[in-house]
Design a protein around this ligand. Structure first.
Ligand code: CMP
Length: 141
């Protein structure tokens, strides 16, 4: 077991469903603390930089358009094995394959509009946290 901090985004489709409370409840009730949070609307440049590893994929343009279409909630989540725990709580990328009770099963609409993003490795978590938060904005809790 190791204490980790991971990066999470509540995506525009979940924000439009007023699902912030429901989603945060799943994190907190399963052992993850909200160590930082920002509600903002992403610029095209920031969304393209964030998803740069997908820039050759056919869905890249659609993904950037969706992610900039409405406000999002950016968060740092802290806890034991936070990276893998967050991925379990989110469920499979495609909501139609996500286990019952996971965030994507409850709030996802399709593989693009899948309610939440979560870092997939310690390296991605560090890169993604650095893109959106200053070190002193993440509480050491
Ligand atoms: P996320 O965890 O934010 O990381 C990359 C995102 O690309 C992923 O969630 C999906 O929202 C999106 N994505 C992955 N595969 C597809 C696809 N086939 N069509 C559209 N969007 C996709």
């Amino acid at each position: 077991m190791s204490m980790e901090t991971t990066f999470s985004i509540i995506k525009p489709n979940a924000m439009k469903k007023n699902a912030i409370g429901g989603i945060i409840n799943k994190f907190e009730s399963q052992g993850l603390k909200i160590a930082a949070a920002k509600l903002t609307q992403l610029s095209k440049e920031k969304a393209e930089e964030f998803y740069s590893e997908h820039k050759e994929r056919p869905f890249f343009g659609e993904l950037v358009t969706f992610m900039t279409s409405a406000p999002v909630m950016l968060m740092a989540l802290h806890g034991e094995n936070a990276i893998s725990k967050n991925r379990e709580i989110m469920g499979a990328t495609n909501p139609s394959e996500a286990a019952a009770g996971t965030i994507r099963a409850e709030y996802g609409d399709n593989v693009g509009e899948n309610a939440v993003h979560g870092s997939d490795s310690p390296e991605s978590a560090q890169r993604e946290l650095n893109l959106f938060f200053e070190k002193n904005e993440i509480c050491n809790c």
